[in-house]
Design a protein around this ligand. Structure first.
Ligand SMILES: [Zn+2]
Ligand SMILES: [Zn+2]
Length: 344
């Protein structure tokens, strides 16, 4: 007797089998969303330098095999029990902030960004390097209509990190704001800084990125191979904010003297090397050094809406999911212009 069975199509995922090993493309069953979760049919996922934490096992407690990816855009495909407010087929994103406990002291204060039990896609659970992904509903961000999925993906980490750190930096329109590093983060930082009304100084190494920095909105360009950036900034009165995006602690240390009184060096380029600064450098002029980590899903929503309003886009190179290893290597080479995005 013939029986009718529904075929369960497996999906493709790009996973890291063990810390330090290469990506492998495997098939898995499509996951079911549990209570309070949503399944996303992934369209695009950005490759962020922080994915090195998963690839090399630098972040403690990751369970392997693990699928990285925290710059995810796709369509709501299925909703778990208790999920309201999201429709099947709606385009959504998930960034670094992949869920909070809602109960810790910081959550109770409304400071979800600093949740003690923050969940991170691709670290706490499988991320976006796959065809279907499950995420807690509180991690979702609606994607504005006019943004292309692959272009929107990097805005969910690189975009919101630069957007959110600058908008909370205290710099006012007309202030001098320097962006160190014209790369994955910096090319977005320059655009947001310009569109927030700051006088923007791009700081890069060599003259090769000057034209690009100016086209993105920098009115000043400082080539650190030809000039001392801190002195150049002081000639302009000192920077109210320096957004340090290139993961180079020595280069960041050299910028502290470029700050104006009450100026702030905001660190978003992540490394494990120490930044060197003397107490005197901070005391004279009441300067500050601050780190900044991304934003909540609501911050990402603001970032995406602003990006739509002010025509701000990430410059991307796309690769198919099957070439995740090659795409990751391209990101790590530092030669990508500027964010690498996987498409499904
Ligand atoms: Zn990231
Ligand atoms: Zn919490």
């Amino acid at each position: 007797m013939a029986s009718v069975r529904t075929a369960i199509t497996p999906m493709k995922v790009a996973q890291i089998p063990k810390p330090g090993e290469d990506f492998e493309i495997v098939e898995r069953d499509i996951p079911k969303p549990a209570q309070g979760e949503i399944r996303i049919k992934v369209q695009a996922c950005g490759i962020c330098h922080s994915d090195v934490l998963v690839k090399e096992g630098i972040w403690s407690g990751i369970q392997y095999p693990r699928v990285p990816g925290h710059e995810v855009v796709g369509l709501v495909d299925e909703t778990g029990a208790g999920v309201a407010g999201w429709k099947i087929g709606e385009r959504v994103g998930v960034g670094w902030h992949g869920g909070q406990d809602g109960t810790c002291l910081y959550c109770r204060r409304g400071d979800f960004r600093n949740c003690r039990n923050l969940k991170i896609p691709g670290i706490s659970y499988d991320g976006g390097y796959q065809q279907y992904m499950v995420a807690p509903v509180e991690a979702l961000v609606p994607i504005p209509e006019s943004l292309d999925s692959a272009e929107a993906a990097p805005l969910l980490c690189a975009g919101v990190t630069t957007f959110n750190s600058l908008r909370h930096s205290g710099a006012l329109p007309g202030d001098l704001v320097a962006v160190q590093g014209i790369g994955g983060l910096g090319h977005l930082g320059i655009q947001y800084a310009n569109k927030f009304g700051y006088k923007v100084a791009g700081i890069g190494r060599g003259s090769g990125t000057e034209a690009l920095a100016r086209s993105l909105g920098a009115s000043v360009y400082i080539d650190t191979s030809a000039a001392n950036a801190a002195q150049e900034l002081q000639k302009l009165g000192g920077a109210q904010v320096i957004l340090a995006t290139a993961p180079n602690s020595k280069a960041m240390s050299e910028l502290v003297d470029g700050l104006a009184p009450n100026g702030k060096l905001i660190v978003i380029g992540a490394t494990f090397d120490p930044i060197e600064v003397t107490p005197i450098q901070l005391i004279l002029g009441s300067r500050a050094l601050q780190g900044w980590s991304t934003g909540t899903p609501a911050d990402s929503e603001d970032c995406l809406r602003f990006s739509e309003l002010k025509d701000t886009r990430a410059m991307i190179e796309t690769y198919p999911l099957e070439k995740a290893g090659e795409a990751y290597a391209r990101m790590m080479s530092g030669n990508a212009k500027f964010r690498v995005v996987l498409t499904m």
